[in-house]
Write a protein that binds this ligand. Sequence first.
Ligand code: NIG
Ligand code: FE
Length: 412
Amino acid sequence: MTTLIINIKELLQVRDSSILKVSGAEMAILPSIKNAYLVLKNGLISDFGSMEDLPNINPEKCIDADGKIVLPSWCDSHTHIVYAGNREQEFVDRINGLTYEEIANRGGGILNSAKKLNETSEEEIYQQSKARLEEVMRLGTGAVEIKSGYGLTVAGELKMLRVIQRLAQNYPITIKATFLGAHAFPLEFKENHKGYIDLIVNEMLPEIAKNKLAHFIDAFCETGYFTVEETQQIMEAGIKFGLKPKIHVNQFNSIGGIQAGIKYNALSVDHLEVMKPEDIKALENTDTMPVALPSCSYFLSIPYTPAREMIAAGLPLALATDYNPGSTPSGNMNFVVATACIKMKMTPEEAINAATINGAYAMGISETNGSITIGKKANLIITKPIPSYYQIPYAFGSNLIETVLLEGEIFA
Ligand code: NIG
Ligand code: FE
């Protein structure tokens, strides 16, 4: 099946296949072609260029994108979209003055979602999760990482990972699965951390590896959750089972989690709302992608990742949603891009790079996703007619997406 898209007002994020991420000052550059065409063949990008050089081909389908912008789909490298129910009562409790931490200390938070998850059938969790996945696909996300971490029991974690696997089998979106058994200590292990870590290492991980249910290993390295030492044990165990680390660090406190992640060659370190100068320094000249989650900062009213300092230090930066029931009940990457511009002072070019090529890198797929490159997946956004791509962050509440293509086929 060949599709030809013509008269594209501007084709964004046109890259050579050698570019797998962009860092520092390079993030300000978003290579593009004005008045362009794009050819998709068998689900992949097969050709593109200026309309002046339009080849003479006979496509099965032709899309006229006059006045419209075309860009690669968003790559959302950090989500928890498989969960049961919601936590809207905690949202109201926070409005009435409780903090996220106080709610968690009362047995709410992650443990609240874990209780719901374990009480809900696998089929019901699949139905709820698929509705969220379809929603983010319509919002232009073409690749998504999904974590477990609301089971916190052998059965619950495996159930979540099977739901992620089923989503990956049934939808054309690229999905990567992360095992986050180390999300919180269940109540019965509150005083017995070793017991829960043994459960993760000796019972969950072997089963997950045997059934190929995850690509990555994650842990919530934070005061009151997993210490740096415990996080290191989890990463080490995951690596033994072939899972690369991608970890939650520096959300509320800077306790050395970034340095631990780098030591274990983590693919990404995520959250980073609280950054000391030595945390930024530690990331310099490493292969670890820092990932900011601005809609989490927005929803919890906590600091935003200091993007300007990090980019000035020459670091790359990726943007993701963190879609989850507690800290970010939203999977809208358009809002994330806008919030990064508005609140983190990223330029539109930096934010789009962070949400496409760098997001792809943060889930290990930048050889196949995240840019307009021959041979990469034809996962694309076609906007409505707009004056320029500045509209994407500028018109932050509007839906500017007209068409979503996944593997070359129109999804929405
Ligand atoms: O990334 N910070 C840890 N985990 C999730 C939120 C978990 C929850 O509140 O359910 C996050 O924000
Ligand atoms: Fe998260």
